[in-house]
Design a protein around this ligand. Structure first.
Ligand code: AMP
Length: 430
């Protein structure tokens, strides 16, 4: 399947080519025809699947046709509501990139900054508005935004939106939308309250579902280190000095955390760079290029900044913090184990993150092996086990090294499997 076959118009095809997109991703292949037919859409998909382009391309295409009819009069025709500033910026960048030959303008509004530049952009006129809920309602109350001309409405990352307590804001926003519109609803997970919300927003809809491949988790060798907050940096330094010999992508939950990790590694004479939303595009690109060229071995990233990073020979992923969304874990570890290589992913888990670990193991239907012996275990490991089990030392002589690491989910046992003693992790090409 090509974008041509999806009947994408020339100005957008040209932009996609400039972006280096050769083929649509599965969610794009499924969603674009539905959206060009004018149907509502319920998408089970998370970031990293190409979902932004899946909605941005058809919306731009429809707006392009309308623009020809409206003699270029700019009205806010599209509203995209997304939970975070980072996502809003990314979506804005995508609309700018895919729409650069269409003449369609977008702007992004979010809280935490002065509103002047945002209201000026609105006054200049845009067809596409990307917003976080709080600032949107604020500028609506002040009279800068009217939703009466909205024809396309996208609610992005609905589950995160609810987790972040935006439900009342969302309700207020949808009450202001014209009833005649095309609505798109995206969520990585579909618990009952999300389904209920989707029913409130969507009319006659079609569903597409693109979840991360579960098999990714099976291809990647994984291990957990239970370690207190304070021990994490020491453990990372120790691992980088002893066994992480190769390019290592370290995930941090926050931007501030990413900066701190880089600083602390620097103190241990380990060169690393951070990429996250507060870094300029130039700084991010430089860090990424240096990493790809092997000039630095350690890149510390937030989830959002790591989107789109495609490094074929990434040896290791380290989850310095466990993500609270289990699908994010699958997405993170899927960064390694590409191009036929087996990947290796280590995760650090402190007491407060144990619940996240449980959710992750439920999703991937595997127990992740635990490395119990390491120098920075600064609390009693038993507090982490609901059903503490006495670890058995594996019979090393009887099993091949790699096999001992394969954790068979069907092998029974209530706790995680445990491993002691030295490890040798080697990447293997099948
Ligand atoms: P998203 O799921 O929208 O966050 O997209 C994830 C990443 O995939 C982004 O970096 C996009 O630029 C990239 N991407 C989206 N669609 C395509 C495509 N058809 N071909 C290659 N890359 C893509």
């Amino acid at each position: 399947m090509t974008f041509n076959e999806l009947k994408i118009i020339e100005p957008i095809l040209k932009a996609l080519k400039a972006e280096g997109y050769t083929h649509p991703t599965p969610i794009q292949e499924q969603s674009i025809p539905i959206l060009l037919r004018g149907k509502d859409l319920l998408g089970s998909a998370q970031t990293g699947t190409g979902k932004t382009a899946a909605f941005a391309i058809p919306i731009l295409q429809n707006l392009y046709h309308e623009k020809q009819r409206n003699n270029g009069l700019r009205k806010i025709r599209t509203l995209i509501v997304t939970p975070t500033r980072e996502l809003a910026i990314q979506i804005g960048e995508s609309f700018t990139a895919y729409g650069k030959f269409t003449g369609i303008r977008n702007t992004v509004i979010f809280g935490g900054v002065k509103q002047g530049a945002q209201t000026q952009a609105l006054e200049r006129g845009v067809e596409v508005l990307i917003a976080t809920p709080g600032r949107l309602l604020d500028l609506m109350d002040q009279g800068f935004i009217d939703l009466k001309d909205i024809k396309y409405f996208v609610l992005d990352e609905a589950d995160r939106m609810l987790d972040m307590g935006f439900i009342h804001d969302i309700r207020k926003i949808i009450n202001k939308l014209p009833s005649k519109r095309q609505s798109l609803f995206f969520s990585a997970t579909m618990p009952p309250d999300i389904v209920r919300l989707s029913r409130k927003i969507l009319g006659d809809f079609e569903k597409v579902s693109v979840m991360p491949e579960q098999t990714t988790a099976e291809k990647v060798e994984q291990a957990i280190y239970f370690v207190g907050k304070k021990g994490k940096i020491k453990l990372l330094v120790h691992l980088l000095e002893t066994e992480l010999v190769g390019s290592t992508l370290v995930f941090s939950r926050t931007k501030h955390g990413a900066n701190k990790i880089v600083k602390m590694l620097g103190k241990a004479n380990i060169e690393a760079a951070a990429i996250h939303g507060n870094k300029s595009q130039g700084a991010r690109q430089l860090a990424l290029n240096n990493f790809k060229k092997g000039l630095i071995n350690v890149l510390v990233a937030t989830d959002i900044a790591a989107r789109g990073i495609d490094i074929e020979e990434l040896s290791y992923v380290v989850n310095y913090d466990l993500p609270n969304i289990p699908e994010t874990y699958v997405h993170r570890i899927g960064r390694t184990g590409r191009a036929g290589f087996s990947g290796i992913a280590f995760s650090f888990c402190d007491v407060e993150e144990k619940a996240y670990l449980r959710d992750i193991e439920k999703l991937i239907k595997q127990k992740i092996p635990v490395i119990e012996e390491h120098p920075f275990l600064d609390f009693n490991i038993d507090v982490l086990h609901e059903n503490p089990v006495k670890p058995k030392r594996p019979q090393q002589s009887k099993r091949p090294q790699q096999r001992r690491w394969t954790n068979n989910p069907g092998s029974g046992g209530s706790g995680n499997s445990h491993r002691k003693g030295p490890r040798t992790f080697s990447r293997k090409k099948p």
